[in-house]
Design a protein around this ligand. Structure first.
Ligand code: FE
Length: 193
């Protein structure tokens, strides 16, 4: 550990102990938040998607209330903005963007990828979503499929429920979860086998 790290660690410890002494946050709250951050990854969202593909009741819950659906799989959502889930269908493809900054459903997808925060992604997602998906991700959305661009905000976070790929009949949830990538749940890619 170098001197700067030691200083920053001491500063962090001092601020934490002051916040706890003044009753602004409790040790338990800090530990819970650290556990949420450690557990947050696209693997959590992938578990939700896989379950929705095999369990119609869970799919209905997920589309109605993403926060409750995440919590029912043990994903901690307390203190997070509400989670909404957008279902891709044969007629509709959803693309999520935060036009203002980088709002992202971190509890279920982890940290946003670098490009999600870029000004060019945020601008092109709105101006020319089909062109953006085709040129940057080789994702071709057929003309017959409508593209809907949805803005994630500080008040509401979105994830995409992709279409289950053909060729996955009989797969169990763990195997299905293994083919769901982060981009599939933003709508820049679609899962395949
Ligand atoms: Fe944002």
């Amino acid at each position: 550990m170098n001197i700067l790290e030691a200083d920053s660690d001491r500063l962090l410890a001092a601020v934490r102990s002051l916040l706890e002494k003044k009753g602004i946050v409790s040790t338990a709250e800090v530990q819970e938040r650290m556990a949420v951050t450690d557990a947050a990854s696209p693997g959590q969202g992938a578990r939700m998607v896989a379950k929705a593909w095999v369990d119609p009741a869970y799919r209905a819950l997920m589309l109605e209330d993403g926060t409750k659906a995440a919590e029912s799989l043990g994903i901690m959502m307390r203190g997070m903005p509400p989670l909404g889930v957008l279902e891709n269908t044969a007629e509709l493809h959803n693309l999520v963007v935060c036009t203002l900054c980088s709002c992202y459903p971190r509890a279920v997808l982890g940290y946003p990828p670098f490009w999600y925060k870029s000004a060019s992604f945020r601008a092109r997602a709105v101006r020319d979503p089909r062109g953006l998906l085709a040129s940057e991700w080789k994702t071709i959305v057929p003309d017959a499929v409508k593209v809907r661009v949805v803005d994630s905000t500080a008040d509401y976070r979105w994830m995409v429920l992709p279409v289950r790929p053909v060729g996955t009949d009989g797969w169990d949830e763990a195997r299905l979860a293994g083919i769901v990538r982060e981009g599939d749940m933003i709508g820049v890619t679609v899962p395949g086998v």
